[in-house]
Design a protein around this ligand. Structure first.
Ligand SMILES: CC(C)(COP(=O)(O)OP(=O)(O)OC[C@H]1O[C@@H](n2cnc3c(N)ncnc32)[C@H](O)[C@@H]1OP(=O)(O)O)[C@@H](O)C(=O)NCCC(=O)NCCS
Length: 163
């Protein structure tokens, strides 16, 4: 998939490995006030080797720069999406939709019939993104986040929606 936008290099989506932990951590620091520390990123990326192909961290590279990440986990027939991050200077050009669609496609290929995630009720950008991919709110976890915010549980039926 080719997307025009910030930067001149071509975009490439690929599975990430522990060598990308530092780049993921740097991206996370730009994207979230309380993201994962470097150790958590190492653990997340190493989990793919330990837990097999159902555990998947995908990245989008523009040249050698990591500009987007999506992480997910296949539990039985359900793809649990842990996060999606896009570099602040590269937003609104479709990178999140691109990397998340690919994660959902891979999940579906490995047997997922649905995808789920939790998102802060105030995160309008993420809610817009998930809505554009077919997710709907199916529940609310009150006071789920450390700052007291509620989480909205999102669900998307995968069969027939991707691939
Ligand atoms: C949420 C986030 C991943 C979106 O990344 P992005 O690459 O800008 O999103 P895309 O360009 O793929 O947008 C896809 C759709 O999402 C919606 N969307 C994205 N940003 C939006 C915004 N700021 N406001 C409203 N809708 C938005 C739109 O429907 C958009 O489609 P459109 O551009 O055709 O209207 C990005 O803002 C981000 O990294 N935020 C910080 C981290 C975060 O909150 N992650 C989610 C929870 S882990």
């Amino acid at each position: 998939m080719s997307i025009e936008g910030a930067g001149q290099h071509e975009l490439k989506t690929q599975r990430l490995s522990p060598i990308h932990a530092e780049a993921c951590h740097q991206l996370d620091r730009l994207c979230r006030p309380r993201g994962w520390d470097l150790r958590q990123w190492h653990l997340d990326l190493e989990a793919q080797d330990i837990e097999g192909p159902g555990r998947c961290v995908l990245g989008v590279l523009r040249g050698s720069e990591l500009v987007a990440v999506a992480s997910g986990w296949l539990i039985l027939d359900e793809l649990q999406i842990l996060l999606v991050l896009v570099h602040p200077a590269q937003r609104r050009i479709g990178l999140a939709r691109m990397v998340l669609s690919e994660l959902m496609r891979e999940g579906q290929e490995r047997g997922a019939s649905g995808a789920t995630l939790e998102v802060a009720a105030s995160n309008t950008a993420a809610l817009g993104l998930y809505g554009s991919l077919g997710f709907r709110s199916t529940g609310r976890r009150r006071g789920y986040y450390r700052d007291g915010q509620d989480a909205l549980i999102q669900w998307c039926q995968l069969q027939g929606t991707t691939g």
